[in-house]
Design a protein around this ligand. Sequence first.
Ligand SMILES: Cc1cc2nc3c(=O)[nH]c(=O)nc-3n(C[C@H](O)[C@H](O)[C@H](O)COP(=O)(O)OP(=O)(O)OC[C@H]3O[C@@H](n4cnc5c(N)ncnc54)[C@H](O)[C@@H]3O)c2cc1C
Length: 387
Amino acid sequence: MQDKKRGAMRNPEIKVVGGGIAGLMTAISLARRGAKVELIDRWEPGHARASSSDYNRVIRAIHGRDHFYTKWARDARLRWLELEEETGAKLYYECGALILATEGHCDWEDNTCETFTELGVPHQLYQPQDITTFFPQFDASDISYGIYEPEAGMIMAHRALIAGVALFKRLGGTLRRGRVTTDADEHPMLDGKRLEADLIVIATGPWMADMFPRTVKPLSTIVGVNVLYHSTPDGSDLFDQERMPCWIDHGQGSFGLPSVEGSGVKAAVVIPDKIDLDNDERLIKQKMLSRTRQYIDKRLPGLTGERVVDSKFNQIILTPDTHFIIDFHPQHDNVLLAGGCSGHLFKHGPVFGEFAAGVAMRDFGTPGRFKLGARRKLSPAESPSGR
Ligand SMILES: Cc1cc2nc3c(=O)[nH]c(=O)nc-3n(C[C@H](O)[C@H](O)[C@H](O)COP(=O)(O)OP(=O)(O)OC[C@H]3O[C@@H](n4cnc5c(N)ncnc54)[C@H](O)[C@@H]3O)c2cc1C
């Protein structure tokens, strides 16, 4: 059944392991191509431990000097709009995104400006006084300038997963519950036997590192992130997505999303935290609550005194250069590894899935940036994610 020229195979049998956004979108793309696809996950897709499971995720083209992901993000926006139509589910709110370039922390933002100009991505440059005029939610006193991207916004992440699973089933895909492990050769195993298929796609997100201790672990750092949702002021719609954009505030290590569908304002201060993927209680830490409150008091003073109404403790798998992984396992030529999210994969989901399906079916090879093997650590100014 195995064939190096998978492009020549008709109706291959494919197992995709991992029902987060990376696995699901790859499974959908493969099913659209007529493959018989089984999607295997330890838990029900949409479960709270997965990186993809929060209510919403930012979609924006802001990627520093990296043209590749900037184009992917632009393309992904259109794909999300198409998916919205195809699934009939509300998946996308185009509320815009604002990058705040803080004094002394402008390299990545300067690079983003150049990229936007070169690629014709719609954007506006705001002086601090413009920011407070257009978006009075923000204190811009330490801001050098802002880049506003109007065609950015948020994807309703959890809903997108649930709608995506229904679409996958409509396309003939099947779901299976099971925990895939690996043997000493890092070959995938299920129920004590080697997993057999024409093609196996492993998209187990942060769990991929422990599953592939030789191949993926050396490339990976797993980071826990606490996210808090704050109530909006009584009687005011100032912090709703109709009036407030998503924002990225790398100088403060922070980002956030306005309130949507009553969620409250979501804010995260990314201070790398340890996380035990299977055993930790998914509760936020007191020190992160204090740190996020401090941030909110400074940047969003209109929310001072508001209460935390919801929270998530979740994780990302970071590669040294924050590029994704889409590559065949060095010993198993029918096992494709797809993930390495580095905190910015969700938005790209549909494009990532199509691309991973293309590599899987050998339409094209793995570009250098997605290859397994040694990678160079990039500085935040150089990296596509700004991390
Ligand atoms: C706080 C936070 C904020 C973020 N914000 C953004 C954002 O604004 N925009 C953006 O684009 N991205 C954002 N990201 C990143 C984005 O959420 C991730 O890149 C993306 O969700 C990763 O998806 P995934 O499918 O690779 O992993 P996951 O969603 O974790 O999915 C992996 C799946 O594999 C399953 N699995 C694991 N092990 C096994 C096994 N052994 N057998 C079977 N199944 C298994 C799991 O159960 C899980 O369902 C953020 C991430 C975090 C944590």
